[in-house]
Design a protein around this ligand. Structure first.
Ligand SMILES: [Zn+2]
Length: 511
């Protein structure tokens, strides 16, 4: 097997600069092998140790939580590119170290995608402060336990009284106004996350922040209510504050923090009703009447935010096929970085998916398989920021989307109950089910349709069939600083890798 690397670099597109690093893995022509024996041999080469080592590397403090658009993002992209390149026998130019990769045309190497884009990235500076209490006695809340600033919040130097505004929804056509009865001008509003079941439309966090600002609020607090709906309960939603971007343009945003349910309960409690927040949520869930109320509590929010421009970096490796079509195996690499001085290692989210993608690339590059379909291995950035990296790919695909026959997305593949949750769009579910058989996993798959959220979404919207692979069950460290490498299950990781390899093999060798 010989190999070569193609690195494509940089044409500028409007606002943002993104690099696609192309690693072109070229195999010597070998007899087409779609046999079960070939797949079994490949499955046998998968290594749990290598995947765990990759997760430890990516989630180590070296990469600072891989914030999209930061230097750490670029460094982690470079590391992934090196790992992809190392699946070949020939050392590619990227091993020479410089980030200014020369453009190298590979054996199959017509110039492949070239993109450049700069994105602005806001970072809350270390040592933020949230204090809550009565006007003359305020207590400092604990960062990461009682609250997390919303990560793209503007700087905050605000103190005011807290007004509760239910779910923070206003919809005159349906007779709902969660602000009715209170004046929140120059106040800090507190609204619950999500929406009541009786309200039929989706409501975004950004919508709620806009409403708060339009009503004159200076800042907001948001919390999960004490009553979970069945979906939230199944997903293992807790009362903990979570890493989060508000996704508002800077000139629309106001400072905000996600606070724990316990702290929200404390803010609403009165001497006669310690459980007042639960009672208010019960009423809100019954009908659309306003439960807005002034509380006796005040909040002070203090932090600085620095906004910088940086590179959003996708890395793409390629195993050329014999036919005209392509499949993509993708996993996002980015996470939340070190906002407010707090490291978010992102081991399950999504060093785990990245490790699975790399290990499947190693197995396929090593095998004698010359796939019918080209396989692209995509390490996306910007997933945590509204799917910036995968949207960029879909806007400027490396191969035409019309000949892209499937996109396999791996996200959160390292913890849970040992089963795999598979979301399928644009393909028969039987295809995804059958792929589990050679891997001995047919009884461990739970198949669903579309999952909202994730790098498969832009592909689905562009008409590409998608299969999303998530480890089943509850992910207790989801978007928490405790998402560390020591919480990853080796067996679950191997289950995900065996399934993805088997599925990719099936999809890539289809006539
Ligand atoms: Zn993720």
């Amino acid at each position: 097997m010989t190999s070569s690397l193609t690195i494509a670099f940089l044409a500028t597109c409007r606002m943002a600069l993104c690099i696609i690093i192309m690693c072109l893995i070229s195999a010597e022509p070998a007899p087409a092998q779609s046999s079960d024996a070939g797949l079994q041999a490949s499955l046998g080469t998968l290594s749990t140790e290598r995947m765990l080592a990759d997760i430890r590397t990516l989630s180590a403090p070296t990469f600072n939580g891989r914030l999209a658009g930061s230097d750490d993002d670029v460094q982690s992209a470079k590391w992934v590119a090196q790992e992809l390149a190392a699946t070949t026998l020939q050392l590619p130019p990227i091993m020479n170290g410089s980030l200014m990769f020369p453009f190298v045309s590979g054996k199959h190497g017509t110039p492949l995608g070239v993109m450049a884009s700069i994105i602005p990235t806001s970072t809350i500076q270390p040592d933020p402060e949230l204090r809550i209490g009565s006007v003359d006695q305020m207590t400092i809340s604990s960062l990461g336990v009682d609250y997390l600033p919303v990560f793209d919040s503007p700087a905050a130097h605000i103190q005011s009284r807290i007004s509760f505004v239910g779910y923070g929804i206003v919809d005159p056509a349906r007779g709902i106004d969660d602000y009715a009865g209170v004046d929140v001008a120059n106040r800090i509003v507190l609204f619950l996350r999500g929406k009541p079941d009786h309200y039929p439309k989706p409501v975004s966090h950004a919508d709620k922040v806009r409403l708060a600002r339009d009503h004159g609020a200076l800042a907001y607090l948001t919390a999960t209510g004490p009553i979970l709906n069945p979906y939230e309960a199944r997903r293992g939603v807790t009362g903990k504050p979570s890493a989060f971007y508000g996704q508002l343009p800077p000139d629309h945003a106001i400072p905000g923090a996600w606070i724990s349910t316990a702290l929200a309960e404390q803010i609403l409690a009165t001497p006669s009703d310690a459980d007042r927040l639960r009672h208010l949520q019960e009423q809100l869930n019954k009908n659309g009447l306003s439960r807005a109320t002034q509380t006796d509590h005040y909040a002070a929010l203090r932090w600085n935010t620095v906004t910088q421009e940086g590179l959003l970096t996708n890395v793409i490796g390629m195993l050329p096929g014999t036919g005209p079509d392509t499949i993509i195996i993708g996993a996002h690499r980015d996470h939340f970085g070190r906002p407010a001085g707090l490291l978010f290692p992102g081991a399950d989210d999504n060093a785990s998916g990245t490790a699975v993608m790399l290990e499947v690339a190693r197995a396929l590059a090593k095998s004698d398989l010359r796939p019918q379909r080209t396989i692209l291995f995509a390490s996306f950035s910007g997933e945590e920021r509204d799917l910036l990296g995968s949207r960029l790919y879909v806007a400027r695909p490396v191969v035409p989307l019309a000949s892209t026959k499937a996109m396999i997305n791996i996200d959160h593949a390292g913890v849970g109950n040992g089963r795999l949750t598979i979301g399928v769009t644009g393909l028969e579910k039987t295809v995804a089910q059958q792929a589990g058989e050679p891997a001995g996993l047919a009884s461990k798959l739970d198949l669903y349709g579309f999952f909202p959220g994730g790098d498969h979404v832009p592909f689905k919207e562009a008409g590409v069939p998608t299969v999303t692979v998530v480890s089943g069950g509850i992910h207790p460290h989801y978007h928490q600083p405790t998402d560390t490498a020591d919480t990853i299950s080796p067996d679950i990781l191997m289950t995900a890798a065996r399934y993805v390899l088997s599925l990719a093999w099936q999809l890539a060798t289809e006539p």
